[in-house]
Design a protein around this ligand. Structure first.
Ligand SMILES: Nc1nc2c(ncn2[C@@H]2O[C@H](COP(=O)(O)OP(=O)(O)OP(=O)(O)O)[C@@H](O)[C@H]2O)c(=O)[nH]1
Ligand SMILES: [Mg+2]
Length: 596
């Protein structure tokens, strides 16, 4: 099998090209450092099976951040037939060095000048033929996003792969890169011979937008306003969709599932309908909101506004021992903590990375959001519910800030970093569609992996030993819950909720699934049941604990693999568990003391 590697600086459109070439759904975003790990896909090109590998971006081959190491490690250990170097044509004068480095290494390469649409708008003219001659490798103009030049690039790659021979991995890549001066010199010659810059770059749309959005004192209020509108939009559009899914699930159960199951034994009916169907269904009804949430975040990310958030928050974050990128990762953590943790690979300083990874688990992720929407809808009025949710987001930030302040001396770093502000770009519908679909797939994956197993286990615990009444004090569930009651009763958390919390350790989606199973209800009946089984103080204490105690098993696993340290991973978990207990305890006891 042949192997084609896509390589270039961060944010040049490698993943966009990869998706177009392979039909895969790699994550794309207008932010340097979206791809931080290898991603491969196999396709048929000109009669050969070709493995295409999308690599993280790298500033140069000397780079030593974790994501750049991934690239170097790949090149050193994997034979490749062809390297497609993808660069941003509008920044050609800074980016062409990588092409030269590869040429000096003697690896067959093709140079794709991506974003040629943007370069053209800026009035940058590139003499492709001349550049190709002086570089000694094929050069092509491309717009991976809109498809211009794609067919030609694909054809050229196919042709080159036909004749190429696989090179073994490049051993000791670093030692072979000693010719920086030479690269610098040649780079200038090539650019001056084949690129024509306009005498004066026109004032771009981006510059005009930034005058407002990065305004010294309007910038931050605008940013928070945008985030506020985003959440409003999600609920405005999401709630009716959620109701529709619930209605549909009810219909299926009433007209298909119940008649079908009417003759089956009681326990099987219980397991399949009250257990799996209600449990997974309750979680599934949140999928529209979560998909919308990711779509809105994708727009923020893909327009390039996320980079502005990093810029605006950089000064504040540095007071916490973090930087603007940490803030962006916290925001990404609102979606899911796992990719946010991996996104910290772009940080070169290990202490900074560890500190950022320590605060990310406090980001109120979309799985926790489901629990909170559910509980607030049950216990608070429609007027108060948004305020309650908002307060939980504030708590999420507050716990992150507290953690950073407490640990910043232990994990002190001074990594100088220059923030790149990419131009504003509009995502295409295709990109948004891909993103939405990815989230649905991600849900199905989690549903099959954790949620079904979780709800079945909860069902078994509430129905065993045989013969006990459902969730009665004699059931295993109650026994297990009682085991933890000395710890959780002072927080106002009862046995049922304890079971939900225990399973929530694995994945937060299971929390509501588990509640559906424990009470043997779904939809409005379940909401009503929750509203009478606790008061608002207990509910808020439960939500505080759920927010802080630990995100999920995948996050813990990621903390461990990314830090290469068991001590760090479990230390982080111990800290958040302890903090969760203290915060809930203080809240619950104070509220009760005040007579609520
Ligand atoms: N205008 C324009 N935008 C593009 C083009 N190709 C990609 N983009 C946009 O550029 C941004 C970066 O694209 P990605 O494909 O994520 O870039 P990448 O090189 O994989 O980035 P990293 O994974 O961070 O290294 C996204 O907002 C894309 O939509 C193009 O040809 N023209
Ligand atoms: Mg990428």
């Amino acid at each position: 099998m042949k192997r084609l590697a896509l390589l270039g600086m961060p944010n040049t459109g490698k993943s966009t090209f990869f998706n177009r070439l392979t039909g895969a759904g790699a994550r794309v975003g207008n932010w340097p450092g979206v791809t931080v790990d290898l991603l491969g896909a196999k396709i048929l090109l000109g009669g050969h099976m070709v493995e295409v590998v999308d690599l993280p971006g790298l500033y140069d081959l000397h780079g030593f951040s974790e994501d750049e190491l991934v690239v170097r490690h790949f090149l050193e250990n994997n034979p490749v037939d062809l390297v497609a170097i993808i660069l941003n044509a509008s920044q050609i004068e800074h980016q062409i060095a990588i092409a030269l480095q590869f040429k000096l290494l003697g690896i067959p390469a093709i140079l794709l000048l991506n974003m040629s649409d943007e370069a053209e708008k800026l009035g940058i003219r590139i003499d492709i033929r001349r550049m190709s001659e002086s570089l000694g490798m094929p050069v092509m103009a491309l717009s991976a996003k809109y498809g211009k030049g794609f067919a030609e690039a694909r054809q050229a790659i196919t042709g080159m792969l036909e004749i190429s021979e696989q090179r073994p991995g490049l051993e000791d890549l670093k030692d072979k890169l000693a010719q920086d001066d030479l690269v610098e010199q040649q780079m200038q010659t090539i650019v001056s011979h084949s690129v024509q810059f306009p005498r004066q770059l026109p004032e771009s749309f981006t510059a005009r937008m930034d005058r407002l959005l990065l305004h010294p004192w309007l910038g931050l209020p605008i940013f928070f306003g945008v985030m506020f509108l985003l959440f409003q939009g999600i609920f405005l559009l999401g709630s009716p969709l959620q109701d529709a899914v619930e209605w549909l699930l009810g219909l299926i159960s009433q007209h298909a599932l119940e008649p079908l199951m009417s003759t089956s034994p009681g326990w099987l009916h219980g397991l399949l309908v009250d257990g799996i169907y209600n449990g997974v269904g309750t979680v599934a009804s949140f999928v529209p909101i979560i998909v919308l949430f990711f779509l809105f975040m994708a727009v923020i990310e893909d327009t390039g506004y996320l980079s502005r958030a990093a810029f605006l928050m950089d000064a504040l974050m540095s007071k916490l021992g973090l930087d603007g990128r940490s803030f962006v990762m916290l925001l990404m953590g609102f979606g899911c903590n796992v990719p946010a943790l991996m996104g910290t690979r772009v940080m070169r300083s290990r202490p900074l990375r560890l500190l950022t990874m320590m605060v990310i688990p406090f980001s109120l992720c979309s799985a926790r959001l489901q629990v909170f929407i559910f509980i607030t809808a049950a216990l608070f009025s429609a007027e108060h519910a948004p305020l309650v949710l908002f307060s939980l987001y504030l708590m999420s930030f507050a716990t992150a800030i507290l953690t950073a302040l407490l640990f910043k001396r232990k994990l002190a770093s001074q990594e100088p970093f220059v923030l790149e502000l990419p131009p504003y770009r509009l995502p295409t519908l295709m990109q948004l569609w891909l993103r939405g679909w990815q989230e649905v797939r991600h849900f199905l994956h989690r549903a099959s992996k954790f949620i079904i197993i979780g709800v079945v286990l909860v069902w078994a615990l509430t129905h065993l030993p045989p013969g006990v009444a459902e969730a009665s004090p004699q059931s295993y569930a109650a026994t297990l819950g009682n085991l933890f009651s000395p710890i959780l009763t002072p927080l106002g958390i009862d046995t049922q909720m304890t079971i939900a919390l225990l399973f929530g350790f694995v994945a937060k989606e299971i929390v509501i699934g588990a509640l559906a199973v424990i009470y043997g209800m779904e939809g409005d009946a379940l909401t009503h049941q929750i509203s009478i089984s606790m008061d608002w103080v207990q509910a808020y204490s439960f939500m505080l604990f759920t927010l802080i105690y630990t995100p999920c098993l995948s996050t813990i696993a990621t903390l461990r693999t990314e830090s290469h340290s068991n001590l760090y991973a479990w230390g982080t978990v111990a800290w958040s568990l302890g903090l969760a207990w203290v915060v809930s305890f203080v809240f619950y006891q104070c509220a009760r003391a005040l007579g609520y």
